[in-house]
Design a protein. Sequence first.
Length: 300
Amino acid sequence: MRLILTGFGAFQGVSHNPTEQLIAFVEQQGADLLPGVDVELRTLRVAASAADAFAAELAFRGSAATPTPLLIVHLGVDSRPDRLPTIALERCATNECGFPVPDEDGLVLGRERACCGVGGGVVGGGGDGDGGDSGGGGCCKTPTPPVGARLSTGLDLCALRLGLERRRDARTGGRRPSGAEYGVAVSEDAGRFLCNYVYARSLHACARLREGRPVAEAEASGGRREEGGDGGEGARGGGGGGRRLVADALFVHVPPFAVLPERAQREALVDLLRELAAAVTTQQQGPTGEAGEAGEAGES
C-alpha cells in the first residue's frame, strides 16, 4: 500500500499551521509507524497552483503492472473560533471554488469556477490529465463533474469513526473525550477554500486512476460508470473479474493546537493512519480474497 499524506503551510490568518507540524511528526517516526506501508509526506503551499501540480502528479501514478493500493490523506486546519476539539472526516468535496480570501498566490476564484473536470484548475496551471483541464488529450471515460457536483470518498467513514473511537478508548480506558483527548466527527462540508479545492482534485484523480486499470476490466465493463444522483462521480466500474486498483482520498480537518493539544492530535493521526491501512488492506482483498470495490462517489 502507498500512502500520500499531505499538510499545508502557513496562510492568511494562520502563521503556524498544525498540519505542517503533524507531517514533521510522522516523518520523525519513520517506517516503524506503519510497517509495510510506503509513506510519502508532503507539505503543500496554500495555493490553487500547488493543488493543480499535485493532481497532475497523480495522473501519472501507477500502471497496470503495479496494482498497489493508493490512499491520499489530506490534513487541513479548521481555525474557526467555535471549533470543537475534534478531528473531522470530510465525506465529500464540492466541485466549485468560491474562495473567501485570496490564496498564497493572491488568486481568488469564484463559485462559477470548477475545481476539476472541464474548465477546472487554474488557468495556465497544472491539470490532472483530464482533456478538459489543461488541453491534454485524455481518453478517460470518467464522467466530468459539473460545477457544484459533490465528489465523495469511497471510504466507510462511519466505520472509520468507530474504529478511531475504539483505539482512543482502549488507550484512555473509555474516559469521555475532554480537551486532552480527541473526538471524531463525520463532516459533509469541506468549505470552499484550498481544503475543498485539493480534495476535489484528488478525488477526481483517484476516479481516473481506478478507471485506468486494469484494462481488461474496463473493456469487460464497456467503460460504464455509475453516477451518484447528485452529479458526483461514480467509483464503481462495471463487471469483470480482474483485480482493480484501490485508489481513494480523504480530507481530515483538525483544530488548532490551542483547541486540541498537539499530543492528542498526534495520537489521533497515528490511530487514523493505522485504521486506514487496515481498512484499505481489507477492502483490497474483499470478502473472497479478490480486490474490493474502490468506493462510491456522489452519495449524500
